[in-house]
Each structure stands twice: as C-alpha cells, then as structure tokens.
Design a protein around this ligand. Sequence first.
Ligand code: MN
Length: 295
Amino acid sequence: MNTITCILNENQRLHLKHVFQEYLVLNTPPYAEYQLKPENCTITAYLSGKVVFQGKDATTYAATYNPEVKKEKSKAVTHSDHQSHAGSDEVGTGDYFGPVCVSACFIGQQDIAWVKSLKVNDSKQLTDEKIIEIAPQLMERLDHSLLIVSPSKYNQIHNAYNMNQIKAILHNQAYLHLKSKIQQLPKLAVVDQFTPEKSYYHYLVGQKEIIRGLHFETKAESHYLAVACASMIARYAFLKSWEAMETQYEMNLGKGAGAKVDQDGVAFIKKYGKERLGEVAKLHFKNTEKIADLL
Ligand code: MN
C-alpha cells in the first residue's frame, strides 16, 4: 500500500475537493475535513492541513500537490527524447466522412534512435504516401493499440455522448489495451490534449477502469515521439478505412467538412438513399443539414 502525506493550504485543499467532488465520501472519518475515494486511492484531508493519499495510485493523485513528486515528473517531460514513454492521438474527428481512429503507442528506450531515424517528428507535415510507407513499420516494431470506430458505431455512441466525451473514452480504452500488452505503462504517457485534464477525467466518470497519471499537452505530436507515432498509426488506419469505404460504395468522398463534402453527401444520397448516409458520415456535423437543404 502506497501512502503519501503532504501539507496543503486551504486553497489547495479546496481545489482537491473540487476536482474529485464526485468521489466525496458521505461519512467523513473523525478529525477529517473531508475524504475522497476516486479509483485506486483514498484521499483524507484533515483540518490541520495534512492530506493523506493512500492506495495503489497515491503517487499519481498526490503529484499535483507534492513538490517532491512533481519535480520528478517535470524532469521526465524534458527528457522524453531519450526515455521510454507512451503517447496517444486521434484522427478523423474533423472529417464528416470516415471513422474515428485512436491509437496509443509505446516507445522503449531501445527504439528511440530507430524512430528518430524515420523522421516521424512532425507527422502533420507528412504526406499520405509517406504515412502509408512508414506507419506499417511502426506498427510492426512498436507496441501499440488501435481503435477504429466506424461512422455507424460513432453515430450510435453520439446519441449518448458528445465528441469530447467520446474522445476521452477512446483514449482511455487505447491506454487500457496498450497496458494489457506491455503490463505496465511507462511513467510518462502523453495525450495530445483536446480538452483540459479535469474535463478529461470528468468525462470518464462511470468507466470501469480509468488510466490515471497521464500528461496532457497540446501539439504533443511535435514534442513526443510516441504521440507522433500514435498519430501516424491512427492516420494510417483512417486512410486504409477510407480506401475500403470508397471501394465499397464506388464513390470518391472528400476529407474535412467543407462544401465539397456537402456535394459528396448529396451524391451519396442520390445513389444509396438518405437512410444510409450514417454508414459513411458522422451525422451530427452541420453538413447533414446543409446536404438536406441541397437535395
Ligand atoms: Mn490530436
């Protein structure tokens, strides 16, 4: 059992309580100000200012507040170029047509030089051809997980969850799958940030298992090799699914969500009927109304 004790001022204690408010325990133990029981940790705050984190993930929860742990964490971030780390990214959430693909990828220390030699650093600048050439090599050599959510499935899920919630659930799933492959996630696991950390975990309330201790950063694919690799793997899966979709429906469909996409939507409906649009498109996009107006 992991136990970490720190002294927090009143503001920090309030902040902590606020962040994990849905885990507040009703029967507060004697002398305690409050107690929280999030996944894998019990957090007890005392009026004296003492806060005790106890449980498997105590270090993770305490990291924000315990200066010792924090120092270690920020050191890890600056040295990600040389050390094992994991990263995750998603593709397809800005495209009306096609699936949403999410990947989480692990790079062990021994593979860092190899990945660097492939020049994956700026995945956004790579052409589709380059991705189709490099991604299979990454997938063969690196431990990774990959989730492909078809438009039909996506539309079904979107009835209950918004886009950011779906992304959070998928990133969490991707890390769970990755964890099952490599036993233990590395200390540094980076999410290409799409929502603030607090909202991310809020979206995951109710999930069976939640991966904690992730590092959130925007434009992470330019700073972390594993995020760049995850981004390429997800992009590769997206492109392959796209190819299969165009072959199946014998149509060329546009990427993104612009005017060309509306035209393609009209053409699809003329060929297959309105009720089948959900097989290829994310129906909650504004494009669906624009397409209906154009018909
Ligand atoms: Mn991203």
